[in-house]
Write a protein that binds this ligand. Structure first.
Ligand code: PLP
Length: 456
């Protein structure tokens, strides 16, 4: 059976170019970058090169990049690292402002910081969001203490750039500027934005007021277990671990040379993909597709695109593929809609609720047909909890449990979108025919439905 992968927000495939770049560092080029012999020097030079590549993608200094083991570590290092360093310097009770829609890597770190006990505890404020999933700048303004307050403790704000479930992009430039005006430091979890959106941390860039930014390798076509924390010069960061002086004392431990090489190569490829050069297929007139970040105003006609072969050539192309999928579903399935519609979203993600369907059952039904997608619910203590993100947006538990995330990758093709559109409406209809809350035709109500009908 053919397999189609539409779960890139969970993890992206490793690009062959990335694998080829890292391959020698598993076998013959195995040196430890701290050794002074030739193998060691080679490993050190390779890490330096990868650091430069990442810095070019982010428009920052190479010295501001800390290599980590992934997004979770980067988020934890940002929050604990800043608050530990600042608490040691000031002694005042710090204040962390974050949001109810963050990934658990931030949410649970914030909860742990809040629970550290009365003397070392951090005051934590969780901001809510609008029904579309937007963090309103005024809510941040209201939560920040004025920088003129008597002896204000350190304030750190952590707001994600793009949401992993809905793809909604937050107005980070504005939010970070507000934080800076109040004398607060600003961290953003950019795990779902890196490689999908340009990220400019330079003095004149959109993200000039961002102090710390997290990235995960396996969301940008590098391997699992690799990550990056950008930490702006002059921001004090206490390490989470203790050991050697690697990564400028910010992250001790022998460097993961193959992983770092892969990250560097993935950063170079992301930069090329985000900035296609003249002559690139998508910049030719017949290939130029309108970018629609909302709910498909002016979505391209499906026919020419859906028959295009090969993966998405750039973000506009990927957004057009995503929009084709979204429009196709909305047009062919009743009582469904897009979570986060109407707001800017990253080019690869759509999160759709299918009322009267359990997302988990739909994910399994589609998996059996060869399509990998994911539901937002988490299994906790044996019960399925609706997604905290969708719940924070005000969705009812039933609608949150009926929501499925489709996240395309750069390798997604128009043909795959066609196949998905062939199987999704049928799978939804089948599940609804089994649902006690769905209106079934009168004749069907007289006959019991076999459970096997679920996966036909
Ligand atoms: N932050 C966001 C927004 C994520 O989507 C994820 C992973 O899904 C993480 C952090 C954690 O990253 P990692 O899996 O590299 O630890």
């Amino acid at each position: 059976m053919r397999r189609i992968y539409m779960d890139a927000n969970a993890t992206t495939p490793l690009l062959p170019e990335v694998f080829e770049a890292m391959r020698p560092f598993w076998i013959e080029q195995f040196g430890n970058a701290s050794s002074i012999h030739q193998q060691g020097q080679h490993a050190r030079a390779t890490i330096d090169h990868a650091r430069e590549s990442v810095a070019r993608l982010l428009h920052c200094r190479a010295s501001e990049i800390v290599f980590t083991s992934g997004g979770t570590e980067s988020d934890n290092l940002a929050l604990f690292g800043v608050l530990n360093a600042e608490a040691a310097a000031h002694g005042e009770r710090p204040h962390l402002i974050t949001t109810a829609i963050e990934h658990h890597a931030v949410l649970h770190a914030a909860e742990a910081l809040a629970q550290r006990g009365p003397d070392r505890g951090v005051e934590v404020t969780f901001l809510g969001c609008t029904p579309q999933g937007l963090i309103e700048p005024d809510s941040l303004r209201a939560a920040l203490r004025p920088s003129t307050a008597p002896r204000p403790g350190t304030q750190l704000v952590s707001i994600m750039l793009a949401n992993n479930e809905t793809g909604v992009i937050q107005p980070i430039a504005e939010l970070a500027a507000i934080a800076r005006a109040h004398g607060a430091l600003f961290h953003t979890d950019a795990v779902q934005a890196a490689g999908k959106l340009p990220l400019d941390l330079s003095k004149t860039g959109d993200l000039k007021d961002v102090d710390l930014l997290s990235i995960s390798g396996h969301k940008m076509y590098a391997p699992q277990g690799t990550g990056i924390l950008f930490c702006r010069r002059n921001v004090r960061l206490a390490p989470l671990f203790f050991g050697g002086s690697h990564e400028r004392q910010r992250r001790p431990g022998t460097e993961n040379v193959p992983g770092i090489v892969a990250l560097g190569r993935a950063a170079e490829l992301a930069q090329e993909w985000l900035n296609p050069q003249p002559g690139h297929p998508s910049t030719k007139s017949e290939g130029l597709l309108p970018f629609t970040s909302g709910n498909n105003p002016g979505a391209p006609s499906i026919a020419p695109l859906s028959h295009a072969m090969g993966g998405a050539t750039d973000p506009l192309h990927l957004a057009a593929l995503r929009d084709c999928l979204e429009t196709g579903i909305l047009d062919s399935v009743e009582e469904c809609g897009v979570n986060g519609a109407g707001l800017p979203r990253v080019c690869n993600t759509t999160n759709i609720y299918f009322d009267h369907v359990e997302a988990e059952a739909l994910v399994i039904a589609l998996d059996l047909k060869g399509l990998s997608v994911s539901g937002g619910s988490a299994c906790q203590s044996g019960a399925t909890e609706p997604s905290h993100v969708l719940t924070a947006m005000g969705l009812s538990p039933a609608r949150a449990r009926a929501s499925v995330r489709f996240s395309l990758s750069r390798l997604t093709t128009g043909e795959e979108i066609d196949y998905a559109l062939e199987i999704i409406p049928a799978a939804v209809a089948r599940l609804r025919s089994l649902s006690p809350t769905w209106r079934r035709p009168v004749e069907a109500l007289t006959q019991p439905l076999p459970v096997s009908a679920l996966f036909l």
